[in-house]
Design a protein around this ligand. Structure first.
Ligand code: ATP
Ligand code: SF4
Ligand code: MG
Length: 334
């Protein structure tokens, strides 16, 4: 499949020098056309930093240390986001890549109705449209996300959290973006709501045709709704695979741990074990594989040498990669 957004060797720090928190470390990840890509990992693993970083929306003291982010338009030359002028970047962000960030539903303006906020977005980008056309468009957008037109006159506080989130999605879709990035908080939105929102996005993706990067700590959602899943640990991608394959046989012990942190979707019940221990200190990462202090399968090389993200050795399944000594050629062919 064709790429629409590709990240190469992206590194992001908070702060400078020795005190810097190295939140994203040399991450490469590709979002393909029409795909729903899920990004999972424990709190603090760098998921939001990756999303903010690739779109140059990092709050201070966030700095991009290196890498490339390339957007591939439907036609025309690829665009390098990290070297784009501020002005072009701003235009680009709404029109091509829309983002609904953690807690975004609280960023609706409390003193304006839903109608005003939607038509304002449309007006800002399509100033030549008439007020009537904008209003009709707003109704249509709300309908898309499952909200009745009679809500147009509502103020944000009159809507439930789920509805506010849907309004945010409607605003994000107003300019027919090619990519929607959705960053769900670990805590604020309950799983039922996240599920409805992701289901809505997947359905719209099929009807309208865009790609989705969906960030959540809830791997069960991703197994159900996404095409591909990437797992982050300590600022790195440690495994990526088609969703069904990851669920069937995860390769990285950390992915195993995450998968066993929720009940099986179908089939026999499995024991919920979770992952003992706590996430690594990003200022002082363990040597070798960052997961080794918590890994039930750690062995010889793990504490000394860091495994690279690569195709698993000795396996035919395409489109998978993993960073673990259990699956590198050195280990598989002794
Ligand atoms: P969550 O699931 O809780 O949203 P996350 O995977 O999105 O977590 P990030 O928010 O990207 O994680 O944070 C990655 C690391 O960067 C964490 O260790 C966090 O403490 C650190 N961090 C995030 N923002 C800042 C900041 N503004 N200044 C310093 N450190 C930060
Ligand atoms: Fe565990 Fe070693 Fe694999 Fe790291 S490299 S996940 S410590 S087995
Ligand atoms: Mg986050």
């Amino acid at each position: 499949r064709e790429p629409v957004l590709s990240i190469r060797n992206l590194s992001v720090d908070y702060g400078l020098g020795d005190a810097a928190v190295r939140a994203v470390r040399d991450v490469s990840l590709t979002l393909h056309r029409g795909e729903v890509l899920g990004l999972a990992g424990e709190s603090g693993s760098g998921k939001s930093t990756l999303a903010y970083g690739m779109l140059r929306l990092l709050p201070p003291p966030g700095v991009i240390r290196g890498g490339q982010v390339t957007y591939h338009p439907r036609d025309g030359e690829p665009i390098e986001l990290l070297s784009l002028s501020r002005k072009r970047l701003r235009r680009f962000r709404w029109a091509e890549v829309a983002i609904v960030f953690q807690g975004a539903m609280n960023s609706l303006n409390p003193v304006h109705t839903v109608a005003t906020q939607l038509t304002d977005v449309i007006a800002a980008h399509e100033p030549r449209t008439t007020a009537a056309a904008r209003r009709a468009r707003a109704v249509e957008l709300l309908k898309l996300v499952g909200i009745n037109a009679d809500r147009l006159g509502s103020y944000p506080h009159q809507l439930s959290g789920g509805m506010r989130q849907r309004v945010m999605i409607a605003m994000a879709l107003a300019l027919e973006p090619r990519v929607v990035v959705m960053d769900e908080p670990t805590t604020a939105l309950d799983v039922v709501m996240q599920r409805q929102i992701l289901a809505t996005l997947v359905e719209l993706r099929e009807r309208i045709g865009f790609s989705v990067l969906f960030i959540t700590h809830d791997l069960s959602l991703l197994v159900e709704f996404s095409d591909r899943i990437a797992i982050m640990y300590g600022g790195r991608i440690v495994e990526s695979a088609p969703a069904a394959e990851l669920y069937r046989s995860s390769l990285h012990p950390y992915s195993d741990g995450l998968l066993h942190s929720f009940p099986a979707l179908r089939g026999p019940r499995r024991e919920l074990s979770g992952i003992p221990g706590s996430p690594p200190d990003l200022r002082a990462m363990p040597a070798g594989c960052a997961f080794h202090p918590r890994c039930p399968k750690a062995f010889d090389p793990c504490a000394d040498r860091a495994p690279e993200l690569a195709e698993p050795a000795g396996r035919e399944d395409a489109g998978r990669s993993v960073a673990c000594w259990l699956h590198t050629a050195e280990r598989v062919t002794p």
